[in-house]
Design a protein around this ligand. Structure first.
Ligand code: ZN
Length: 650
């Protein structure tokens, strides 16, 4: 049976590297323990999700699909791959696959080909690609002219963001004003507070001077791909784990059939309420970052199943929430008499598609509709096998060798680092944010622009304080009394030094989580100086952190937590500003320069993405799926070429 079990040690998380990208693989932990029904459900949901790939690609630029098709023909027929031109071409092809088009997935800038137009035209001629001269000329202009359609999404305030963005959500000649007026009118035509997200699932076009929506639905725009999505959703519905889940799938099918956004809302409400199954998914037009007006949803899909081990961990933490609250080192007046921990849902991703592939989020919080969130709530999950892959892939990338003081500390972090990381996140999310109370009469907005830094600092300190508590060993969450030291070292090292790799020279720290880490690290470093709790030492001209007294460091975390909680409970704005501005914002320019130089030498890829597993169903004599095999050996280019032919709906 369980042929898809693979040895943890043998799994290669890192795959190939090109341009600014490092490709990784993720592992379907515990997939082999799912029932045949659950596996079949995952399989058909995955098929449904993958069928939308060309929608995403077309949404992100009208020439994306013809360019990809042309280049793929050249790619598979390359007779030599060693020349500079060929190597540059291969990199460009891989970038286009990664970006689902000719724009960078993050910066939205057009990729710059480093091979020549002449070389490309010669290849096209050599392999006799069937393409008209006019079309080839157009595609070459789009590829090689850096000024033409330069930005996928242009948010510059002084421009018509619709006309100057190349993403393909608005038809020829539609201006920003056209779109804004059109949707303002649409909104005005409907009363009530439960309005759908107008414009989410259509291209706005101009026909004979009239604006109208070309809706993405069965029989409409992208109808072929959507028909395939629906076909597979129907098959998936036959394997639903319960009635609620089946209802979710059927409501999504209805929405794809009608294109009516009220149907989408009905689906979203059912989805928010569907919590019991092991399997869940998103598939459709979800996030609006790809549209400069933030209205149009880019197609994406993620198929997922619960991570039972991690969910057990968060349940253990939440069910002991009152014990943690009662023993926290803050003034008893600031503790909650009745605290309810939050159980975070942790999932494994089984398939990534559309805008979530190959670059993918590590957490999801949906739906985006404000009124549904207010009235029906939202679902929030973290994706453990993706986070796990990031962590595992980072082992051995040289970072630890460069920035951790000695082999002993490195061994500690190697042994306990990942476990501590997950636990830190759980304690932060499930207890930290939920802990504490305001004194009566305190204005909840008293900390103003410093409130989010205060809040993150508070949650982090709560987690750090308890990471060293014997209670965690008693609850079976940590193996022994050494483990917490890995978290303490990495917290301090990150806050004092390594997180600075994300700051440009001369800049201050702005982001709340980064400010929180700097605040904690700098405050504890200063307060611990007289007892030599920790020190910065020089080895071969490089600065390293050495922690001499981990127990004393826990005492400092307790002291700072008490103060940070007091500041919040009393709404002490002045004290809060003082703490943040003194410890959380400024950067030591000399140390910063040193860290940046050391980091640059490691030559790590700034962006990462994932190769999907390959799922193969096994059918019984009755035509029902009896098992699904998972394979992790497909290469990046093979997967991309396979998707292009297998899920071509245009
Ligand atoms: Zn937080």
């Amino acid at each position: 049976m369980a042929l898809n079990v693979i040895c943890a040690d043998a799994f290669e998380y890192n795959n190939e590297r090109f341009a600014d990208i490092q490709m990784l693989r993720y592992r379907l932990n515990g997939f082999e323990n799912l029932s045949a029904r659950q596996k079949a459900l995952i399989y058909y949901l995955s098929e449904a999700s993958l069928w939308g790939r060309d929608i995403t690609t077309d949404q992100q630029g009208r020439y994306n699909i013809p360019i990809r098709k042309l280049l793929e023909q050249v790619y598979v027929n390359l007779s030599e791959k060693e020349s500079d031109e060929a190597r540059h071409f291969i990199t460009y092809m891989k970038q286009i696959w990664f970006g689902n088009g000719i724009y960078h997935h993050y910066s939205k800038d057009k990729f710059t080909p480093e091979f020549s137009e002449k070389w490309l035209r010669a290849q096209v001629k050599k392999i006799k690609v069937e393409i008209s001269k006019k079309e080839l000329d157009t595609l070459c202009r789009v590829i090689f002219d850096p000024t033409l359609l330069a930005k996928g999404v242009n948010l510059a305030a002084d421009a018509d963001v619709v006309l100057t963005s190349a993403h393909n959500f608005y038809g020829d000649g539609v201006t920003q004003k056209d779109a804004e007026d059109f949707y303002a009118k649409m909104k005005a035509s409907r009363q009530g507070s439960d309005l759908p997200m107008f414009g989410l699932n259509s291209t706005l076009i101009k026909e004979k001077g009239q604006l109208k929506e070309d809706v993405w639905k069965m029989g409409g725009k992208y109808g072929n791909a959507i028909a395939k999505i629906v076909e597979n959703l129907k098959k998936a519905s036959e394997y639903a784990e319960n009635d609620k889940q089946k209802e979710v799938i059927l409501k999504l099918i209805k929405y794809f059939e009608t294109g009516n956004l009220d149907d989408f809302d009905a689906y979203s409400i059912a989805w928010v309420g569907s919590l019991d199954g092991m399997v869940d998914f998103i598939c459709g037009f979800i996030e609006t970052y790809g549209d400069p007006l933030s209205m149009k949803g880019t197609y994406e899909g993620i198929v997922q199943y619960k991570d039972m081990e991690a969910t057990k961990r968060t349940q253990t933490i939440s069910s002991n929430a009152q014990w943690f609250e009662d023993h926290s080192p803050v003034d008893p007046r600031f503790r909650k008499p009745q605290v309810k921990g939050i159980t975070a849902t942790v999932i494994n991703s089984a398939m990534l598609a559309g805008d979530s592939y190959p670059s993918t989020p590590i957490g999801i919080n949906l739906p985006n509709s404000d009124w549904i969130r207010a009235k029906h709530g939202s679902k929030s999950v973290t994706i453990s096998n993706i986070t796990d892959a990031y962590n595992k892939a980072a082992h051995g990338n040289g970072f630890s060798e460069e920035f951790v003081i000695d082999a002993e500390t490195r061994a500690l972090m190697e042994k306990y680092g990942d476990d501590c990381d997950y636990l830190h996140t759980d304690l932060h999310e499930c207890l930290g944010h939920a802990s504490g109370q305001l004194l009566s009469g305190t204005d909840p907005d008293a900390l103003k622009n410093y409130s989010s830094t205060n809040e993150e600092t508070r949650a982090d300190l709560f987690a750090l304080y308890y990471l060293a508590d014997p209670k965690l060993i008693e609850l079976g969450l940590l193996p022994d009394e050494e483990a917490y030291k890995a978290a303490y070292y990495s917290q301090m090292n990150n806050g004092l030094m390594t997180q600075l790799v994300r700051i440009k020279p001369g800049n201050n720290i702005e982001e709340a989580h980064m400010r929180n880490r700097a605040l904690i690290a700098n405050w504890c470093f200063e307060k611990g100086r007289k007892d030599n709790v920790m020190e910065l030492v020089k080895k071969d001209g490089k600065t390293f952190l050495r922690i001499n007294d981990y127990k004393a460091l826990r005492g400092l975390f307790a002291e700072l937590l008490a103060e940070i909680q007091r500041v919040k409970s009393e709404g002490d704005f002045e004290a809060c500003r003082n703490l943040v501005e003194t410890y959380g914002v400024k950067v030591n320019p000399e140390l910063h320069k040193e860290i940046l130089e050391r980091y640059a030498k490691l030559n790590l890829a700034p962006y990462k993405g994932f190769i999907n597993p390959v799922m193969t169903p096994v059918f019984g004599s009755d035509g029902r799926i009896t098992d699904v095999k998972v394979d992790y050996t497909e290469t990046y280019d093979h997967q991309m070429l396979r998707y292009s032919s297998q899920y071509a709906a245009q």
